[in-house]
Write a protein that binds this ligand. Structure first.
Ligand code: NDP
Length: 323
């Protein structure tokens, strides 16, 4: 298309962080443009019931909650676009980003809210029972399995933390670990080893998730000796790491060893003046809808302050410049 558009605030990503940022940015007169990306609504659209987000006393489905957030942003005239940003040039401000139709967006400020993607093992049965016993978020879904037997796969801090969390409500937790050691910190390892409800299955790999119409019923495991064993569980929790979605910005934005964007202190500021990050893309430890939404709010406030300090209140916005 070859046209160029100048915007005050560009938000990339449409999970709770992106939508919360959009709501706050709209109400601060920043006329945000939001690119929804590959998975509009983000990770929550792949979950079933959300019961821990304050304000929904009866719970709400993940997709419904994201639809509600989207509607709320639209109510304040957020310019939400289906599409992706495919190129970013952050070498100078305003920044130049290109969408998948070839349009260039010249942004005075940028909010990165592209989230993270939970890693899955890659088994067909895992996809089949996703949301029906297979979950990548123990904090979100553990409650549905109280007094039941569950399994967690992984040997890092997340897996151990999830196993401990689940042991607080489930009758038994199997921790499936592929090596003969845990990668988690020593303190976390001790907590797992001392928890009588957790049984660690070292040197076990998941071969298949078993189930029926009611969802997951068990897991077929292969020991490193080749022997196969089945465990009976109704919940299967993945905790083998997340991949923050930062490829687009990787050459510009500072990340930690795991690829999470580093933000400064309690702010959402990144290493580039005028670029802010919120939600799971910058959060290896909490990763909740409520914390993502909270940091989206922070990002919009940071942008508002940034623009008023750097451009004054009367910055012309969204001037459509046709080539
Ligand atoms: P990690 O990358 O640290 O650990 C991933 C775990 O999953 C490893 O044990 C790995 O096994 C295992 N794994 C990976 N792929 C597979 C597979 N295909 N099959 C079976 N197992 C697999 O990720 P985490 O999410 O645990 O942690 C990310 C970061 O966040 C870390 O720095 C961690 O310390 C931090 N964190 C800190 C917390 C805290 O301090 N409270 C809580 C949660 C996270 P292997 O060891 O064999 O590679």
């Amino acid at each position: 298309m070859g046209n160029t558009e100048h915007v005050k605030c560009l938000i990339v990503g449409s999970g709770p962080a992106g939508y919360a940022a959009a709501i706050y940015a709209c109400r601060a007169n920043l006329n945000p443009v939001v690119y929804e990306g590959l998975e509009p609504g983000g990770q929550l659209t792949t979950t079933t019931e959300v019961e821990n987000f304050p304000g929904y006393p009866e719970g709400v489905s993940g997709p419904q909650m994201m639809e509600d957030m989207r509607k709320q942003a639209l109510r304040f005239n957020a310019d939400i676009r289906t599409g992706m940003i495919v190129k970013a040039d952050l070498s100078q401000r305003p920044f130049t980003l290109t969408d998948d139709s070839g349009k260039e967006i010249i942004a005075e400020a940028l909010i990165i809210a592209t989230g993270a993607t939970a890693k899955y093992l890659g088994l067909p049965s895992e996809q089949k029972y996703r949301g029906q016993g297979v979950s990548a978020c123990a904090t979100c879904d553990g409650f549905f399995y109280r007094k039941q037997q569950v399994a967690v796969v992984g040997g890092g801090d997340t897996a151990c933390e999830d196993a401990i969390y689940l042991a607080g409500m489930c009758s038994k937790v199997y921790l499936i670990v592929r090596r003969n050691v845990l990668r988690a910190s020593k303190a976390m390892q001790e907590r797992v080893l001392n928890n009588p409800k957790i049984e660690i299955l070292f040197e076990h790999q998941t071969k298949e998730i078993l189930g029926n119409n009611a969802g997951v019923s068990g897991v077929l495991l292969t020991k490193n000796t080749g022997e196969e064993v089945t465990i009976e569980v109704t919940g299967f929790f993945l905790a083998i790491g997340h991949q923050p979605n930062t490829e687009l910005f990787a050459s510009w934005i500072k990340t930690d060893d795991h690829g999470y964007i580093i933000t400064e202190g309690k702010s959402t500021r990144t290493n580039i003046f005028g670029v802010f990050a919120c939600g799971d893309v910058q959060d290896p430890s909490y990763r909740q809808a409520i914390t993502a939404a909270g940091s989206g709010c922070m990002a919009a406030i940071d942008v508002e302050r940034f623009l008023s300090e750097n451009y004054g209140a009367a910055v012309e916005t969204k001037i459509l410049v046709q080539d």
